[in-house]
Write a protein that binds this ligand. Sequence first.
Ligand code: ATP
Ligand code: MG
Length: 251
Amino acid sequence: MSEIAADPTHPRYQSLLMRHRLEQAAKKGMLADSALIAHGRGEAFDYLLGEQTIPSALIATKHALGLLMAAERPVLSLNGNAVALAGSELLQLASRLGCPVEINIFYRTPERMEALLTHLHELQSALGLEVPIFGAAPDARIPGLEGPRAKCCKDGIFSADVLLVPLEDGDRCEALVAMGKTVLVVDLNPLSRTAQLASVTIVDELSRVVSNMNELSHQSSEVLMSPSFHNSEVLSSSLDHIAEFLAEKRD
Ligand code: ATP
Ligand code: MG
């Protein structure tokens, strides 16, 4: 790790740490070529949010966690960036929820799948957890999607009622919603198709979201869920927040 990334007092420590995790994951063959570009787009929006969990994102995080707890078949869907940025924390969350994780990547190659599965199994044994990890042998397809990105596991994503899909692509988010699933997404861009189409959109950085969920996981689903939750309000609050942030910077 560079000297700056190793110094927690550096003002850009968190951001540098996340970049470092992605660099390491890229070296292990876990990421698609476009992964760093997707991260850069996220970083730009995070800057506009003040690199913090804004109040509306915390409401969405709590609501999403409550839905996962109350679900019959919850699943956490993981792509390369999610595993690289918060693999251990996502396994801890799945363990607390008693649910499986499934590796579901957009650009599926046997080498990437192998690298991601190996990495997750290593994290899992270091943590002493026994979370079911799906993805190695897909035996179902998400209707409405073409090619390898439709592949999924029958006992995982295919049969899930509530799905957490961090950093999802817009097409797949739409196809999962069309299957009747409750789709919870984490996306720093409140304007992306994913953010607009999801059942619940958490406009926040993935590693912050997962650590918030782990901290809140001792609470009950009734306490966490908002009876009057409207995703459109979460999206407009995040846009208001960005507008206020920019207005402050101008003054
Ligand atoms: P869509 O397909 O939904 O229209 P897109 O094509 O614009 O979105 P993608 O490249 O598919 O975007 O996915 C990257 C998305 O993930 C971006 O919206 C980006 O803001 C978001 N993102 C990237 N890194 C993070 C992160 N660490 N935490 C939360 N969101 C992130
Ligand atoms: Mg996309």
